[in-house]
Design a protein around this ligand. Structure first.
Ligand code: FAD
Length: 400
């Protein structure tokens, strides 16, 4: 369907208003590097090796990619980013991005850190949501075993009870503080376990408003039906459904596993099919807005335009609290800042954590932005357009 744009995403002056000239030049350097597959893989290889050999490269990483994609190493050090975004009416979701906790102590530490994000968010419109990944607080193999339906040992049952308690403590804090919490979606072979926990928490804490949000990955062929089923559960239990809708980040991994283990590929057969399902999902949420609060987590211009159009068709104001637009820090600023300028509710995931622990997240962003065919990515084109615009306007000012 053709969509007449309600918001113009090509206004780079608005998109990069929060970036100084020097920050923008750094962004140009980063995206130029990641845009070349060969240079990008050489650079990421060097970074991995440098960190493994404990070479003093943290400072370089911190002032370049880390600064571009992350808030800081701690919540306190992310304060400047929160303030800069809030100045342009873009909210922050503090995303504790340390991956790979493997012990009970590690899981407890992650849960404690996530609880700290609520202290920052409490009564703070600049931080309107919190977020967590279940695998930060649970052993992956345990989530997988529970999903498989295999009989668990007493120790495993006790371990899962501790996972449920960690999740419950966070969702209770969300409810007590009135700060909604997003539960990220992960691999399909643990996702049913996560969905069951999320549905349990929604039934408990979403009675008066949407406090707990589950994530729906629309690249999965079964997801539109799952979303409708979650809505049905919410209607039966008379609670609100918090929906974070994304396309899904683990397509290659999903397909590889399905092929290796000889089961049907759970992902839609094409990008077009994923797109269609995503947009149908958006329409379903707005058709049921009396019970659903929606966060659209996407860098896709069409989907963001389409959602703005759906809101208009439903007679909703731009800042209707039932619809949120979300992007990642350092990506698709043209969407975030132009939507925010027009009065829509916009948030950015702002990852934080020690530089070396955030590296897996940064390497994924690098891979995501590496061009396959060698053409410039959309991010790079926009950054260069804005640098050119600033240079020209500086020339005009100095000539006048
Ligand atoms: C705020 C935010 C939160 C997020 N949270 C999560 C999360 O909790 N869990 C998670 O998994 N991801 C999450 N993501 C990532 C997201 O799922 C996407 O990977 C990413 O945003 C790219 O999709 P897009 O809608 O932005 O844009 P697009 O660039 O239009 O779409 C790319 C996506 O389309 C799909 N796709 C691409 N090629 C094909 C194909 N051949 N066949 C079928 N499908 C295809 C894939 O999902 C791919 O990632 C989040 C993203 C954002 C912005």
């Amino acid at each position: 369907m053709e969509v007449e744009p309600l918001v113009h995403f090509d206004d780079t002056a608005v998109a990069f208003s929060y970036k100084t000239d020097s920050n923008l030049r750094k962004a140009n350097f980063i995206f130029t590097v990641v845009n070349h597959p060969a240079i990008s893989s050489l650079a990421t290889g060097c970074v991995r090796l440098g960190l493994a050999l404990r070479l003093p490269i943290k400072g370089i990483i911190r002032s370049t990619v880390f600064f571009h994609f992350c808030g800081g190493e701690t919540i306190e050090k992310s304060e400047d980013t929160i303030r800069r975004l809030a100045q342009y009416k873009v909210g922050t979701i503090l995303d504790y991005s340390v991956e790979g906790a493997e012990t009970e102590e590690g899981f407890d530490r992650t849960a404690a850190e996530i609880l700290k994000t609520f202290e920052k968010a409490k009564n703070n419109p600049a931080v309107p949501f919190c977020v967590f990944k279940t695998t930060g607080m649970a052993e992956f193999a345990l989530l997988e075993k529970i999903q498989s339906g295999a009989e668990c040992t007493e120790a495993e049952k006790a371990a899962f009870e501790r996972v449920r308690n960690r999740v419950d403590k966070i969702c209770k804090k969300a409810c007590d503080y009135g700060v909604p919490v997003l539960i990220d979606a992960e691999d399909s072979w643990i996702q049913n376990t996560i969905d069951n926990l999320a549905n349990e928490m929604m039934a408990k804490y979403n009675q008066k408003k949407a406090i707990v949000f589950n994530t729906y990955q629309m690249y999965r062929a079964d997801m539109l039906a799952n979303l409708k089923e979650a809505f049905h559960l919410a209607a039966m239990g008379n609670y609100f459904l918090g929906v974070k809708m994304v396309r899904g980040a683990y397509m290659e991994k999903e397909r590889e596993r399905a092929s290796k283990m000889n089961y049907a590929d759970p992902i839609h057969p094409s990008k077009e099919a994923t797109d269609e399902c995503f947009n149908k999902g958006l329409a379903f949420c707005l058709d049921n807005k009396q019970r659903i609060v929606l966060m659209c987590g996407s860098h896709n211009e069409y989907s963001n335009q389409y959602l703005a159009l759906l809101m208009q068709k439903h007679g909703m104001k731009q800042n209707d609290s039932r619809v949120w637009f979300a992007q990642l820090l350092g990506m698709s600023d043209n969407i975030s800042f132009n939507l925010a300028k027009e009065g829509y509710n916009v948030v950015k995931y702002v990852p934080y954590g020690p530089v070396e622990s955030v590296m897996p997240y940064l390497l994924r962003r690098a891979a995501e932005n590496t061009s396959v065919a060698g053409q410039s990515s959309r991010e790079l084109l926009l950054i260069r357009k804005e640098l050119k615009r600033r240079n020209e306007s500086a020339k005009v000012t100095s000539n006048s």
